[in-house]
Design a protein around this ligand. Structure first.
Ligand SMILES: [Zn+2]
Length: 417
């Protein structure tokens, strides 16, 4: 381990190495970290997994980039660069040996010897970034950038070294599969994941209770066995050790803990509040849309059928309702909802009053209502209620999709203050 006064902090960022046949970026970074730790006098300070803007034109699966922060002995800096460039060229050669696909990897490794501005992170988590411009910015800032033929990966790689974890950072332990298991069915039992949830409450959002389904194992043929999310690194570590002792869980080849921006809502600027101005329109697939206005203008709010409670609440709204929401402006001009709340609702007409167990009937314009059984006449009025009886969430309470239909970045309602 290097002594502090003779050491320097190095930040590595890696992205866009995902390839359907030859591994994912999490495993690649783990490989590089292992090589560095075994070959030079260094200490790994932290690994990072940073999720980026969900609508980015070119995004890797889950749109996540990897970071690693090392303390290394000053005398080993050159060796570090040599290891990184050797490893990176081998990676590019390996990718080239496979036939081209529509989403060919465009790997990028950024190395920085100093802290960089967090602006790269914020622009990459909240919007589209021009990769040519980012490439120049990163080089201007004095970072070393390793790229192959294209450099799409520079957006995520630079964002990963630029992220400054805030109050809302969380942790994910990723466990990888042994080589011979990759491509076979993962052995990760639902019972185990469910028990893990009750025994290790600090490990959270690992299961979708509405579907009775664990969320820790990916469903793609990638080298990841599972990822356990939680509020602190000790909790995810303990949950992982507990899982690995069970017979209904596949043994992993290795694992590592990452600090992440998952569940942070960093992709969202703020929530908005406004008034509903149209009745909901529903498509064949069950997606729903309404118009709402705020002092900033008009929004076309969309709730996909997968949004579950958000979709149901949206469909029960009527003009005049006051609501709040969070979500993302989609490049198509609509606004995709992530959370929705009814703040104050317009009255809903439920019908005319009852007399003799029957609805009173209007006798025409300006004429009042009459009971057709006893002949009683009354002034005309409607019976109304708020949203009671229609479904929906209590007034003032946020609703969100079930855990399996939420974005990695979305902050669960249960974690909002
Ligand atoms: Zn009557």
């Amino acid at each position: 381990m290097p002594r502090k006064e003779q050491s320097v902090i190095i930040r590595l960022g890696l992205d866009d190495t995902d390839h359907p046949e030859i591994g994912c970026t999490t495993e690649r970074m783990n490989e590089l970290v292992d090589i560095i730790l075994s070959r030079i006098d260094s200490e790994l300070i932290e690994r990072r997994l940073v999720r980026l803007w969900p609508f980015a034109t070119r995004r890797t699966r889950g749109n996540g980039a990897l970071g690693a922060i090392f303390m290394i002995h000053m005398g080993e800096i050159e060796e570090l660069y040599s290891i990184c460039s050797g490893w990176f060229s081998e990676l590019c050669e390996e990718i080239e040996r496979y036939p081209e696909t529509e989403f060919d990897p465009s790997p990028c490794l950024v190395i920085s010897e100093s802290e960089v501005s967090d602006e790269w992170y914020w622009t990459s988590v909240r919007g589209e970034v021009d990769c040519d411009k980012r490439m120049l910015d990163v080089q201007d800032a004095g970072c070393t950038v390793l790229v192959g033929e294209s450099h799409w990966g520079v957006v995520g790689a630079s964002a990963a070294i630029s992220w400054v974890p805030g109050t809302f950072s969380s942790w994910e332990l990723i466990a990888w599969r042994s080589e011979e298991k990759i491509g076979t069915e993962r052995q990760v039992s639902e019972t185990a994941v469910s028990c893990m949830g009750s025994l290790h409450p600090g490990a959270f959002v690992n299961r979708d209770p509405t579907k009775g389904r664990g969320l820790i194992a990916p469903r793609t043929p990638c080298p990841v066995l599972y990822g356990i999310r939680g509020s602190c690194s000790e909790d995810v570590e303990r949950a992982h050790e507990w899982l690995q002792k069970r017979t209904d869980i596949e043994q992993c080849s290795c694992s590592a803990i990452h600090r992440t921006n998952q569940l942070s809502d960093d992709h969202i600027e703020s929530s908005s509040s406004g008034t509903v101005i149209s009745t909901p329109e529903t498509t064949k697939g069950g997606h729903a849309m309404i118009g709402a206005i705020t002092p900033d203008g008009r929004f076309n709010l969309v709730a996909f059928s997968e949004g579950g409670p958000v979709n149901r609440l949206l469909r029960s709204l009527i003009p005049g309702d006051q609501i709040s929401w969070t979500g993302l402006a989609s490049p198509d001009g609509s606004f995709h909802l992530e959370k929705l709340r009814a703040d104050k609702t317009s009255p809903r007409i439920t019908g005319r009053p009852i007399c003799c167990s029957k609805t009173m009937r209007s006798k025409g314009k300006g004429q009042g209502m009459k009971c057709n059984s006893c002949g009683r006449m009354r002034h005309k009025y409607w019976l109304c209620n708020g949203m009671e009886g229609n479904y929906v969430a209590p007034i003032g309470r946020w609703v969100e999709p079930s855990p399996s239909n939420r974005r990695h970045l979305a902050r669960p309602v249960s974690l909002m203050q």
